[in-house]
Design a protein around this ligand. Structure first.
Ligand code: A2H
Length: 253
C-alpha cells in the first residue's frame, strides 16, 4: 500500500426492528452498522452484510448521527475525523461479540432489497475498515464464495442461527457489465476457477485480480442514475450522491 491514507466510503446500514437481544437497550434510537468499502458503485447490488462471529464490536455515540456499530479500532479512528463530539474520544454504549449480531436486519442505501441481514464471514480482518463488510455477490468473489457457503450448507447456517429467509431469497443482481466477464463477474470467475469455499485463498486472490482492475477501468453501470457510464468516470459522483442522501460518510485509515 502507498504512503498516504486510504479513503473509504463508509456505508451506513440502519438497524431495523426487531433488534438482536444484545442491542435491545438501544431500541428507539437511531443505530447504524457502518461498513468501509472501496466500491460505492456496487451498493445497488448489496444482498447482505458480513460480521465476523468472533470479533468484538462496539456501539458508540456519534456527534450528530446516532449510534454506530463497528470495531473499537475504527471508532477510535473516526473520533479523530470529526465523527464524535470530542476529538479523539468516543463514548462506548455497549460491546457485543459478532456472533450475537448475526441475523440483524438493516436497511442499506441503493440496494434493490429493502431488508438485508448480518451473515457470518470468517475471513474478515479485525484491523481493516470497520470489521463490518458490505456484501455484493454479483461483483465480489469473496462475497459470493462466503454466500454460497451459507446457501449450500444448512448446517453452517444453523451453527450461526441464520434462518433460510436471511439467505435463500437473495440473488445476485446484475449491476455492472465487464467485458469478458459479463454482468455477474464474481460468479463468472468463481465458476471458471472452480472455487470451493471462502477458504480457497489462492484462487480467490486470483479471482480478485481478474475482475477488479478490469472492472474499474472497463466496467459499465447497468442501473441507477449513472446507467451506461463507465465506473471510473462516475465513482466519485456516486460517492457524493450517497453522502448527500445521508447513506454514507467518508472515512480514512
Ligand atoms: B469491498 P482493501 Cl463488490 N476484512 O466492498 C476483509 N475485507 C474487508 C474488510 C475487512 N475488515 N473491510 C473491508 N473489506 C472489503 C465491496 C467490494 C469490495 C466489491 C469488490 C471488491 C471489494 C463489497 N464487498 O474489495 O484491502 C470490502 O469489500 C476488494 C479488495 O482496503 C472493501 O471493498 O483494498 C475492501 O475489502 C477493502 O479492501
Amino acid at each position: 500500500e502507498g504512503a498516504g491514507p486510504q479513503e473509504y466510503t463508509l456505508i451506513k446500514m440502519e438497524l431495523l426492528q426487531p433488534f438482536p437481544k444484545v442491542l435491545k437497550s438501544l431500541e428507539g434510537k437511531k443505530v447504524n452498522f457502518v461498513a468501509a468499502t472501496l466500491r460505492p458503485e456496487t451498493m445497488y447490488g448489496q444482498t447482505n452484510f458480513w460480521v465476523h462471529p468472533d470479533i468484538t464490536y462496539i456501539a458508540f455515540e456519534t456527534a450528530d448521527d446516532g449510534i454506530y456499530i463497528c470495531t473499537r479500532r475504527a471508532a477510535r479512528n473516526m473520533s479523530y475525523q470529526g465523527f464524535t463530539k470530542k476529538d479523539g474520544q468516543y463514548e462506548v454504549v455497549l460491546e457485543a461479540v459478532g456472533q450475537d449480531l448475526l441475523g440483524a436486519a438493516v436497511k442499506s442505501p441503493l440496494t434493490v432489497y429493502p431488508k438485508i441481514y448480518a451473515l457470518p464471514m470468517l475471513t474478515i480482518k479485525e484491523d481493516k475498515g470497520t470489521g463490518i463488510v458490505t456484501s455484493v455477490i454479483s461483483d465480489s468473489p469473496d462475497d459470493y464464495a462466503a454466500f454460497v457457503d451459507l446457501q449450500k450448507k444448512p448446517a453452517f447456517r444453523e451453527k450461526y442461527g441464520i434462518t433460510d429467509e436471511m439467505v435463500l431469497p437473495f440473488e445476485a443482481v446484475p449491476i455492472l457489465e465487464i467485458p469478458e466477464y459479463g454482468n455477474l463477474s464474481a460468479i463468472h470467475v468463481y465458476d471458471k476457477l472452480k472455487i470451493q469455499s471462502q477458504n480457497d485463498k489462492d484462487k480467490l486472490l486470483q479471482a480478485k485480480e481478474m475482475v477488479y482492475l478490469k472492472g474499474f477501468y472497463d466496467g459499465v453501470l447497468l442501473v441507477g442514475e449513472f446507467k451506461g457510464k463507465k465506473i471510473q468516470d462516475v465513482k466519485k459522483n456516486l460517492q457524493t450522491k450517497l453522502v448527500n442522501e445521508n447513506g454514507a460518510k467518508i472515512y480514512y485509515e
